[in-house]
Structures are given as C-alpha cells and as structure tokens.
Design a protein around this ligand. Structure first.
Ligand code: GLC
Length: 735
C-alpha cells in the first residue's frame, strides 16, 4: 500500500501528462476496470475498516479489478468518500481517482418535492434552484455525479416512475431538463466546487413501457419517438449535461443498452454526444434475458459496440472484454474511447488536482439541511401543490374545531421515492405543521382513521369521535412511497379501499371535507372527487411538505400549481393525454346517445382533470385575446396578447398557457401543443397585459421522412388557464 506522499506524486504526475499519455500507460485490464461501476460495499474504507466487503464472487471479479475500477455507485458522506478515495489511491498503480456517483434526484438531505410535483409548479427558476441546492449539499458530501435529471415523457400513471418525470409534454419536460442541468452543473465544473456533473436518463423512452408495467417493452415509430420522447434528452444535452444513462427497455425491438442505432448512430453521431454513457443497473447483463445476447460475453460485446462506457453493477465487461479484444471480436479502440471519456470527466471535475474535490466533513455540517435550503424546499412545495377542487371549504378558518384524519396526518412519508439520502425523521408532519398555525381560538383533533392499506375498529371509533366534534374535516390520504417509484407499477390506481371506506363513512356526517392527497402518480379519484368538497394534490412534497400544505390549507399561501400530467377519469382511459391526435370520427360521450363515434360506452373520453389545470383562491379573468396578425411568415413572427385580471380577494399566481394546433400537416398533428407560458402574480383587482411571441420555428415537426420542418397552412392559437381552453385565434403560416 503506497504512502500519501507517493500518492500525491502520482496525482501530480498525472496533471503534467496528457490523458492520452496516461491511457498509454494503462494495461488492458486497468482500462477495462475503469469501465466497471460497483456499489459502496465493494470498496475498502466504506465500512471504515479498510476491507472490501462486497460479494465479489457473485460477480466473478477479483479484488484487483475492484482496486482499478473507475467509479462508485451510491456513495455519499464527506468522511466516507474521503476514506474510500484515500484507500483507493493507495492501491491504484497509476493513482487514477474514483468518480463518486449517486441518485440525487430531488434533493440530497434537504428533499424537495418529487419531480412530477416540481413540474406542476411550472417554475423553472425554483426548479433550477432546487438542483443548485441539491448539488451543493451532495458535493460537500463527496458526490461528483448525480444520476439526474430524469426526463422520460410519461402518459401512463400505472407506471410507478411518473413521479420522477415532469410530465406529458415534450416542451415543458425540455425546459425543466435544461433547468435541472443548469442547477446541477453550473457553467464551470472544474472550479465551481458546489456543483456536480449531471446524467440525463433514461435514454430512451422508458416512460412508454407497455401497460405501465416497469421494465416492459417500448415500441413506437421513430417519428413518434423523435416528436414526443426524445426532445427533453436532447435539451438536457444541449444544456451541457455531462452523462447519459441507458434505459432498461427495448427501443424498436433492441434493448437500449445494446442498441447501436439509438446510441451510436443517433446519440453519438447525429447528436454529437461524446460524454459518458452509463448503463442502468445491471442493464448490460439483462441483454441476455431480453434475448439479444446468448451470454455475458455477447452482452459485453453488444454494449461496448453500442457505445456504453460504464457497466453498472454487473461484470460482463470486467470478465469478457479482455478475451473479446484478444479474439479480435472487439476493437481495443472502443475500450480506449470509453476510458478516455471517463478520464476526461475526472479531469473536468478537477479530480486529478484534488481527488477529494469538495468533500469536507466540517463544511458539510454547516451546509447540509440548513435553514435556507429548507426554506427553499418549503417554497417549492407550496408552488408544486395543485388545488383540484374547492367548494367553499378552503382556506380553512382558524377557529372552531378541525379534525385531521388519515394515514398521512402524522406521517414522515412525505419524501417520496428517490430520497435515499434524506430522512423521514426530519420531515415536518402535517399535524405538527397545522398545530403550529393555530391559536387558542381553534382546536385541531388528530386521528389516523386507518393505515395506508389496513384499518381497525379502534381507529374508526377514534376518527368518528374526532369528526363528530369537528366543524370541518381534513383528510390526509394517499399512497405510501413504496406504491410508486421504481418497480412500483399499479394496475388499480385508486386510493386503497380502506381509505375510500373512510371517506364514505365520514361523508355520512354531512360536514365539509377537504382531502389532501400524498401520492406519486395521477390517481383514479372515483370515491374522492364525487364525495368531498375540496381536494389539494400535494404529491410527495419533501422535507418541508407538512408546512407547505399547512400554509396552503390556512391561506398563508395561495395554491398555484397546474397539472403537467392528466388525471384519468379511470384506468380504462389510459393512455390519456392532452397533446393527442384527433380521430376521423367525432369524439362522443356515453350520454350523447350516438353510435359509430369515437367513445366509450361507459366513461367519457376526457380526463377527470386535464393537463395545465389547477385552481386558486383568487379568481383570474381573461379578456379576449388579440393576435397581431393572422399571417406568419418564416421570418415574421406574430404576437398574442391577453389581459389578465385578478377578480378575487387575495393575491395569486396564474400560469398563462399558450397552445397551438396545426390544422393540417403531412402527418396528423396534436389537437393542442404547449408552446409557451407565463407565471403572473396579481394583487386583488390588478390587471396586466400578457404577451407571447410565436415564430415559425415553433411550428416545426417530424414529417414521415423524419425531417423536421414546418408546413405553410392554417393554424389556431389558444391562450388560457389550461389545455381545455377553446377560444380560437386562427392564423396562417405562409412560405
Ligand atoms: C436504478 C434506476 C436508475 C438509478 C440507478 C442507480 O435501477 O433505474 O434511475 O439511477 O439504478 O441507482
């Protein structure tokens, strides 16, 4: 084991060399080991006792390989990362430091709302700020790379990972993807120690898994892929995202991780991406189960040929690449280019100068979970909640008796999936938050009423007593965080039956009921929306979620969230999304009593709550929108303006949305497409002019020949509060 002084001299020698020279000094085995990424338990020092503790035999690799590996998965904690890096450098012949990577998706220790909730804020600045804070906390804790943003477009709420996306619109997902990358990376990774490298995922179209069942087949036309599913990944890369993660699913019959069409031809050649492409967990070896590799050797060959640089958590590369090179079945140049990408990111992060980068146990104590960060999380949580229904119940009065009932009344489970570095113990629970807002003129009585999926008679008796004594009932219901997230698909997306039963029983009391929902997906709200007076969608609002919800319940904040994913009327409608195509037949409805139209016999075509929808305590009025001209040319944009007035009694924030419909294209075009939006805050009685500029480039789309351009012809613009806006502003594009 070398001494720190030897280690320091090795590191400094790397600084003087070029990376090419360093590559030239590496043996083939050392190069291949750089492509291996294992989790923390495989690394010495992780447990503090200097021993490698992982089950290496399960992967069929040697201790030597681990000592030469290039990166670690799931590392966090300044002292721990310093220890692992120190021990690693003592054992690595050339002194090449480890890259420390982790899932910092919506916060590190300060947990922000899940990304689907952040999407509903439509607040790109706060989204970026959440990534800035997450990066700062992660970096001082020794993390170099985060596996985020996840920008998979989603249309199927049965899929558990919709909570990780920002929704069903490619433009909005692109804007959020850019904002997250800016926040995580900043503009100078080498010198800005408060940033981390970002890794956009999961490439590509993971959100389109058939049946909403995780890891399932994805199959669509390349045109559909390019029009809807690819834009947000491209936007993240255009913003400078350093890495890409492959998706588990197939794309056009080939698993993404072994798909050279997707990775070499499109990602690397067409888009010019030359950063690191990392497989998802075990996805290289899964090529065997998918059925495009006979064994681990063929899996390694297909993945390296597809351009996958790092194999996460399996050892096909470590065990077989050397032999594949010797047998001339893999060109060593492919390995060299992969290693060079990894060394380049290590250099860009300054790891050859300082392998510990920003890891600092003392500074970590000051920065992580500090008040300023918690305040930012509370602000974003307030903005992420969506008021779905309110019939004169909210905001609550601060007098009389309030009954707070439900499994989320006193729960720390507000962080949601992908919050592994946060702690539920830190969460401000809803009951405590509400109590903190009341004085002696009001009383809050709290009862569970049921658990998430079970109930006892005693719980019911307690809840009934609380409800009978109350003037108003607040129900805190939803899915516990294991009911969504990875491998968290549900075929029935209603609330658990015991919670629906609780609503039915309490509804019989005839008292005003407001429901707060904590959940990771749009739900089928039968048994809720038709039973209660108000519904506030809080998603998983993060560390400060209880306070944020209490702010909204008592009117200390005014709900401003707008849905970025449709709430289906029922699971039978799925997929249901706003930017759908029209049908040749008229779209009907069960009560229309007409046949041979596009309809269900038993449910409406429309979602229960559409994309862009959300209520406020204010009352926003839109004047008739004006269009500057009904003719647009390739170099002459048009302007669309509307006067917005707050006719309510409290200040509020409206998200004014601009949509466009291309009436006739070379291929069918969506009924509406979001093109822009403005967030406008108005005092009671205040008005303002909201103006948009629309240009030809925003009308381009993928034609049947996969070329991306606009057509002359008729269009309609719409400006309003959500995707159901129907005030038409026709114009023509002439060429
Ligand atoms: C998981 C997820 C991916 C995550 C990775 C590392 O399987 O699919 O999003 O970044 O493994 O934890």
């Amino acid at each position: 084991m070398s001494k720190p002084s030897e280690q320091a001299s090795r590191i400094s020698s790397i600084n003087n060399q070029t990376l090419t020279e360093l590559l030239g000094q590496m043996t083939l085995d050392e190069k291949i080991a750089q492509l291996l990424q294992l989790a923390v338990p495989f690394y010495e020092g992780a447990e503090g006792d200097g021993l490698i503790t992982g089950p290496m035999e399960s992967l069929g690799i040697s201790e030597e390989t681990v000592r030469n590996s290039g990166s670690v998965l799931g590392m966090a904690g300044a002292a721990e990362t310093i220890n692992v890096q120190r021990v690693h450098l003592q054992n690595n012949r050339l002194g090449i430091p480890l890259l420390m990577m982790a899932d910092i998706v919506h916060g590190f220790k300060t947990i922000f709302p899940v990304p689907l909730a952040i999407g509903c804020s439509w607040d790109l600045e706060l989204a970026e700020q959440s990534a800035v804070i997450a990066a700062k906390e992660a970096s001082v804790s020794g993390v170099h790379v985060t596996y985020a943003p996840m920008v998979d477009l989603v249309r199927d709420p049965r899929w558990g990972r919709v909570m990780e996306s920002t929704g069903e619109d490619p433009y909005l997902n692109s804007e959020f993807g850019r904002a997250f990358v800016r926040g995580f990376q900043g503009t100078d990774l080498a010198n800005d120690m408060d940033r981390v490298a970002a890794c956009v995922k999961h490439f590509a179209a993971y959100g389109a898994a058939e049946g909403g069942r995780d890891y399932n087949t994805v199959d669509m036309s390349e045109r559909q892929l390019r029009e809807f599913y690819l834009p947000a990944y491209k936007a993240a890369l255009d913003e400078g995202c350093e890495m890409v993660m492959t998706s588990f699913n197939t794309v056009d019959g080939i698993p993404a991780t072994g798909n050279s069409n997707l990775m070499r031809k499109l990602l690397r050649e067409e888009w010019g991406f030359d950063g690191i492409l990392i497989s998802d967990w075990g996805a290289v070896k899964e090529l065997i189960a998918h059925g495009i590799a006979a064994d681990e050797s063929e899996a390694a060959q297909k993945a390296i040929q597809a351009g996958v640089d790092i194999e996460m958590m399996t050892s096909c590369y470590a065990k077989h690449l050397s032999e594949l090179v010797e047998n001339k079945e893999v060109d060593v140049a492919l390995i060299d280019e992969a290693v060079m990408r990894i060394l380049t990111l290590k250099q860009k992060l300054g790891l050859f100068d300082n392998p510990y980068r920003a890891a600092d146990p003392e500074r970590e104590k000051e920065i992580v979970f500090c008040d300023a960060h918690r305040e930012a999380a509370r602000e974003l949580a307030v903005k992420s909640c969506v008021l779905l229904k309110n019939e004169d119940v909210l905001p609550l009065k601060r007098n009389g008796k309030i009954a707070l009932i439900g499994p989320f009344a006193q729960s720390g489970d507000l962080l949601g999936p992908w919050s592994w570095t946060g702690s539920k113990e830190d969460v401000v629970q809803l009951a405590d938050a509400m109590k903190s807002k009341l004085n002696s003129s009001a009383e809050l009585v709290v009862a569970a009423g049921c658990d998430f999926e079970t109930a006892t008679e005693a719980q019911w008796v307690e809840a009934l007593a609380a409800a009978e004594a109350a003037d108003v009932i607040v129900l805190a219901l939803g899915e516990h965080s294991d009911m969504s997230g990875e491998a968290g698909s549900r075929a029935n997306i209603q609330l658990p039956e015991v919670q629906l039963e609780l609503i039915r029983k309490l509804e019989e009391l005839g008292k005003p009921i407001a429901v707060v929902l904590f959940n990771g997906r749009p739900l089928d709200l039968h048994g809720v929306y038709d039973k209660v007076d108000a519904i506030l969608e809080a998603w998983f609002p993060g560390s400060e979620g209880g306070l944020a919800v209490a702010d909204l319940l008592f009117g200390d904040a005014n709900p401003s969230g707008r849905l970025t994913m449709s709430f289906p009327f029922s699971v039978g409608q799925i997929p249901v999304y706003y930017n759908a195509f029209n049908t040749g037949r008229p779209q009907g409805a069960p009560d229309a009593q007409v046949k041979y139209v596009s309809q269900y016999l038993d449910i409406p075509n429309e979602p229960l709550y559409p994309f862009g929808y959300g209520l406020s305590y204010s009352l926003f009025d839109y004047s008739e929108a004006q269009i500057s001209s009904d003719i647009m040319t390739a170099d002459q944009s048009i302007k669309i303006a509307v006067k917005l007035t707050n006719k309510g009694e409290v200040a509020g924030e409206e998200t004014v949305q601009l949509y466009v419909r291309d009436i006739s294209g070379e291929v069918v075009r969506p009924l509406k497409e979001l093109k822009d939006f403005r967030k406008i805050t108005l005092q009671p009685g205040e008005s303002c002019e909201v103006e948009f500029e629309l240009s030809e480039s925003q009308l381009r789309y993928y034609h049947s020949d996969l070329k991306h351009y606009s057509d002359a012809g008729a269009f309609v613009a719409y400006v309003g509060p959500n995707s159901k806006v129907n005030t038409e502003l026709p114009f023509k594009l002439t060429k």
